[in-house]
Design a protein around this ligand. Structure first.
Ligand code: ZN
Length: 109
């Protein structure tokens, strides 16, 4: 009897793992990966987000952290962005281009 019980336990555990795995995959399926540098930053930190807005928000939060640490590369990248932002047309084009880039990314698997 102990053998049957053990077998059942193994089956149950396997199912649980499969379930957890599929849930994790569902979550990952919607997520896209973009890097800090691809969003106008300076490093290859991966940002996982469902939407461009969410990715932009995360990259801004990350940039803030880097500014606090006075990271030269990120400060230089911000300077570049600032120059671009002085032109609304350029900024608009950049945002549209980056949004399209993000939307065309294939979700992480
Ligand atoms: Zn960065």
């Amino acid at each position: 009897m102990a053998g049957v019980y053990l077998q059942l336990l193994v089956i149950q555990t396997t199912h649980l793992h499969a379930f957890r795995y599929s849930v994790a995959n569902q979550w990952r399926d919607k997520m896209k990966k973009i890097t800090c540098a691809e969003l106008g930053g300076a490093c290859d930190l991966s940002i996982f987000a469902e939407s461009f807005e969410e990715a932009a928000k995360q990259s801004q939060e990350h940039a803030m952290q880097m500014f606090k640490q006075e990271d030269k590369a990120h400060l230089a990248a911000a300077e570049k962005m600032k120059t671009m932002m002085s032109s609304p047309v350029k900024m608009d084009n950049w945002m549209t281009e980056r949004r399209n880039y993000f939307n065309n990314l294939i979700s992480e698997r």
